[in-house]
Ligand binder design. Sequence first.
Ligand code: 6GU
Length: 224
Amino acid sequence: MRIDIITVLPELLRSPFEASILKRAIEKGLVEVHLHNLRDYSLGNYNQVDDYQFGGGAGMVLMIEPIDKCITDLQVERDYDEIIYMTPDGQTLNQGMANQLSLKGNIIILCGHYKGVDQRVRDKFITKEISIGDYVLSGGELAAAVLSDAIIRLLPGVLNDETSALTDTFQDNLLAPPVYTRPRDYKGMEVPEVLLSGNFPEIEKWREEQAISRTKERRPDLLE
Ligand code: 6GU
């Protein structure tokens, strides 16, 4: 898989891909992530990528020209399955969407900023608009990092047995059960007996019950 991210703040997006699981996925060649600074595609002398909005009002708007130039350059090299715009008025990201996107070959992620992008960008180029929740971030970069992480960890070979996505919260619309590690007794707080029993069918049953009761209590909406 290949992810191309278009942003006015590439520096904000570097570190998530330079550590831990995402870094290893890139090193293993399981995914390529390319950051594109929108300013490199600006037309005028001032590296201008945003402008005042027609009709007046506070806040700058990302202009269509640099975005067109960047996307068109990328499309000359390869076909893209999705061109995603990160925006708080998009469809709210969930595990199902991450699962679907992890099956794609090449995707572009465009990060919004300021008041957003010229509507004509959305009309002409964008195939999916995604939000990561009902709150406002100062730009789409952190949201793009969240989306990329959710996708990349699902790619075959990225996770090992220990970090398997199969037992994730949400993967079967259930929250994950509680987990424990050593010591067995910490200042009188004990690990549930069943986990120490070695009886794996019993352990599986306990985990399933815990997952269901946790979901009922914390996220009854997931069970509807
Ligand atoms: Cl994708 N962008 C911004 N700016 N804020 C958000 C968001 C995206 N998702 C939730 N809040």
